[in-house]
Every structure is written in structure tokens, then in C-alpha cells.
Design a protein around this ligand. Sequence first.
Ligand code: OGA
Ligand code: NI
Length: 346
Amino acid sequence: MSQPSAPPILDFSPFYREDSQAKADLVEQVRKSCLYNGFFQITGHRVPLELQQRVMNCTKRFFNLPLEEKMKVDKNLNSFNRGYELLRSQMLEIGTGPELKEGFYIGEEIPEDHPYFVQKRLNSGPNQWPPTVEEKEEFERTSMEYYHAVFALAKDVLAVLALTLGVDATYFNPLTDGAVATMRYLHYPAQPKDGDEKLNRGIGAHMDFGAVTLLLQDEVDGLQVLDMPTGQWLDVQPVPGAYVINLGNLFMRMANDKYKSNIHRVINKSGRERYSIPFFFSGNPDYLCKCLPNCREEGEEAKYPPITVEEVVTASYKESYGRAEKYKEEMKSKLEATPTVASVGA
Ligand code: OGA
Ligand code: NI
């Protein structure tokens, strides 16, 4: 029996140094993690701790705003995935309720005359900045400085992923050039202690849609990864300054399922507010996702036909948001049918 093991914490700094043995070791550890469950943490990257602290401060400042201020940048007011998302908007796990998290979506600043905006490409448009957030200019500046710093790190992670496949570090440049990526500030309120743990989720069990996710957690735990061989949920311990890296479905598909995009969830039982900042790297919308080199055994076929980044990611979004809407409609009609139920426990 294999022992379940939490995602390893890897020192990424050899990637930036001229020590070929240390670099080869890093590549090998990343390769093993990708084969096992697609999760690992990294320290020794180049995103300054001081910038991470500033961006966490922005996150808290945003969620502290009154609801009516947050609703001024409601994500439903635009079609390009920018702005505020209310508590209980998303539902990723069948059999659980809508999720106990609120979010704020940020992406590359795409002006309205940019071809991506004009052609309504995947998640492309201007950011929706909250008009009354404290120190508004600093909020916008720090958010974008952080976005670009993590974008650069995502490219470096993809370079290492290329090396794990035995191809040149520049292999994914056509994926990363002109890439679409979305960052989310997330706030998980403390879950009520007597809440039904089975039904209440910060985020229900899910896999990420894109190529790779880089997550910054604050010091409150709650993220868990499913250990496939044993069926156990493993805690992903917050490590100051570290990124939790995980492969998304897009990468797994390109890797012919040889590398894993794994199931994970958040349950915030800490009794404290939890904040995190995932960065979802999708890729250039036009990049054609085909079976990657060295991902097939002798004579094995590619399992999936080629498809663009835009097609895959758009389909995944539709599916998960549709599920939350359907649930809310069902609940609404149930409550309308039996009005006494609505007042129980109110
Ligand atoms: C996600 C996710 C984990 C976290 O947003 O897809 O898995 O800790 N987030 O917020
Ligand atoms: Ni996720």
C-alpha cells in the first residue's frame, strides 16, 4: 500500500541558477508530482514576499467594503469575467450547496479597442475596479504588479514542466505568448461550527479548468487534495510565501492523462476568515492543445482530438455556473411551494 503523502514543498531556485544537478533534481521532483497527483508547493521563486503581503492587504480591503460597494463591480454586469462574485454563486460539487466564498476577478488590462475585446475572446476586457476601495490607486497598481509577477512565474513553471517532458524549456512559448490568465481574490467566511460539513463547502470538490494554477494562501488552512490511491483528503499546509501549484484539466488532456489534474476542495473549519489568491493560467486562446511529446506509450493512441484553449475553457465555465443556477432555481421553487419551510431556523 502506498502511504498518502501531502504535496511536496520544492525549492524552485535551482531553475534560476547555473547548477545543472540541482536543476535536474528539481525537474525530476516536479515530474514525479505531476505523475502522482499534479500538486506541489514551491518556495525559492522570484515573487517578493513584500509584494505578496501588499496584495493580501488589497484582498482584505476589498472584501471589507460594504456589499453595495462590491455590487457596483458585480461580475454579472460584464461578459469578460471581471469583478465581484457574491457568496454562493458557484457550485462545483454535486450534492452540496452553493459555496461559502466570495471573489473578485482580475485579469490583464484589455482596453476596449484591443482585438481580444473587439472579437469577444476568452475572458478579455478592462478590469472593473471598485470605486471606493481605500487607497484606490495603490489597490490597482499592486493588483497589476502582482498579476504580472505571477504571470512571469507561471511561464517559469511551464518551462520546468516542458523539461519534465524531455523537451526544450521554450516548448510552451506558443501557449504562454498572448496567454489569458485570471486571478481571483477569494474570501472564505468562517463556516458556522454547527454547519453540516458534508454540505457546506468553501469550494466543493473540483478540478481546475486551465493549464496550471498558482495559489497563494494566507496562514489559515482549509485546502485539501484528494489522495487518489487511498481516497483520503490531505491538508495542503499553508507555507509562508509558497505557491501551491497544480495542473488543470487542460494540461492533463494535453498529457494524454499521464499527468494528473487532481480533485481538491476547501472547507474553512478554522473559525477564522480565510483569504487566498489563485491564479489560473489558461493560455493563448488560439493555442491548439494536442497530445504532448513523450506522453504516449509505444503504440498508444492520443485519447483526445485537438482543441483550442478557448474552446476547452469556455465549455468548462458554462458547465459549473449552469449547475449553481439550476440548484438555486430548484430551491426557490421548493420554498415557494412550502412557505413554512422557509421560516424554519430563520
Ligand atoms: C480554486 C481553488 C483553493 C483555495 O479557486 O479553484 O481551488 O485555497 N482554490 O482558495
Ligand atoms: Ni481549484
